[in-house]
Design a protein around this ligand. Structure first.
Ligand code: FES
Length: 138
């Protein structure tokens, strides 16, 4: 697998400024009893393959990165690099997610470390698609 680096400048890397944003409408997702539910119709940011959103708050113990993958599937990750806990972004067209920091640790959709100084795999959560709803088990 070829590891491609997202185009970020030195300061963005130094301060760990990720590309991925929170969804514009927070009402597009809920978290109850360990189940995270996403209404895709209320989250247009996730329409194109290669896109992603950051989900934080609402009682989540850890921030989550939700990716609409290049494979057409949806993938959820603990949004903390296993090197220095910085956030991650998808790298469109590569089937990977990448740390926004200087080390650019890169993982595949299974969470396996492909390249970089990270100490281990990324936690991946199960995603089940039912129509236009995603059910994510944490
Ligand atoms: S925090 Fe991710 S590579 Fe260093």
């Amino acid at each position: 697998m070829t590891v491609k680096k997202l185009d970020r400048n030195f300061f963005q890397r130094l301060f760990g400024v990720c590309v991925t944003r929170k969804p514009a409408k927070q009402e597009g997702w809920t978290f109850e009893s360990g189940k995270l539910t996403v209404d895709l119709q209320a989250m247009p940011e996730l329409s194109p393959e290669g896109s992603a959103v950051r989900l934080e708050g609402k009682g989540l113990a850890e921030p989550l990165l939700l990716v609409h993958g290049d494979d057409g599937g949806f993938h959820a990750f603990r949004n903390r690099c296993t090197h220095g806990k910085r956030a991650l972004d998808p790298v469109p067209g590569t089937g990977t997610v990448q740390c926004c920091s200087v080390g650019t640790s890169t993982f595949d959709y299974s969470g396996k470390l492909i390249e970089g100084p990270a100490k281990g795999p990324l936690a991946v959560y199960g995603v089940e698609k039912q129509g236009e709803t995603l059910l994510i088990t944490l």
